[in-house]
Design a binder for this molecule. Sequence first.
Ligand SMILES: *Cc1c(COP(=O)(O)O)cnc(C)c1O
Length: 406
Amino acid sequence: MTGFTSKILHADRRGRIEHGSIHKPVHTAVTYAYDDAHDLAAVFQGDQPGYTYGRQVNPTVTALADKVTLMEQGVATAAFGTGMAAIGTTFFALLRAGDHVVASSFLFGNTNSLFNSFAEHGIEVTFVDATSTDAVADAVKGSTKLVFVETISNPRTQVTDLVGIGQLCRDRGLIYIVDNTMTTPYLFQPKNVDASLIINSLTKYIGGHGNALGGAVTEAGNFDWSTFPHIYDNYKKGDPSGWAIQQIKKKGIRDFGASLGPEAAHHISVGSDTLALRMEQACANARVITEYLNAHPAIKKVYFPGLPDHPEHERANELFRYPGAIFSVELTEMDCFEFLNRLDLVICTSNLGDTRSLGIPVAHSIYFEMGPERRASMGIDDSLVRFSIGIEDTDDLLADFEQALR
Ligand SMILES: *Cc1c(COP(=O)(O)O)cnc(C)c1O
């Protein structure tokens, strides 16, 4: 069985679920009991698999984490209450004051804000243009431990030099974290460009229905953790490829508490079954809509890696199955509020990766707090509208854009 969908569809069932259940049940118990106290001790000491306390681990959540590992063809996954929790907890568990991080300057807004907070706690962060490996290489210094990038940035859709930076991190022995949220493991597997750890916001495409929050970090199996100085002796058990994820689970989730709940894990797991089908339709829709908008006089500019005039068009073609389903437009004359208000099928809201098409006036909402100067430096025009295209029937979606621009 090699297909993306067949593999994940049958993942739960093949995990030998009680009563032959074909979904992992929603296990709501907070704690797990042992007949023999020796077994409880062995589980606590990491010598025997098992469940202890719900903040740390839960069977429904583990089943979802295993599914994400399958999707990313990784080694192991830790799941969290949100995507931000996945990123924050990973940094919290692996880095120390005095460490240096090189990060893309075109990050998801909250990730950018989080890294600025870490900087105030003694972890130095340098933001660079990650479409260029040279820019990343120039920022690396003796205290650099980690490079953090996204695959396609939002809202301006810059495509990171994922291969070049992977090679750089391998040569310099740096941890390479790739946030795969925008592309998902169906369009791209960061493991293949030497990523050490892969982030996915499960809230977005993987869950896919806008009804549950979640996040994940997956060990790709490329990094030699025996060379990393910040792994505690307690977690140096077994193959070094499992050490970091152990530490993220123990020091990170257990101590920090940003756990994923079983109900949310169940929603996300069911949603994830159709990830590939949804991506096929959303990406096909995005291609049709961007071609239409790109030729329309009311539209000044369309930012989408699928268009030939995009600066990283070739790179996107080489790396990704499709160039995604997120794009942004600048308008010539029409007010961006009017444009959004005239759209009927497209919902005016934040979030992305939903089954339904969503649009948002970026400068006036998610990037408002940044102020006009920082927005200008990131190339975010006041008229910029970001769209996350959903799985509606293509003709209906196209008709909606046509009537809104008429
Ligand atoms: C949404 C998003 C996150 C954060 O995920 P949440 O589940 O909303 O916390 C992180 N990275 C990217 C690229 C995102 O789009």
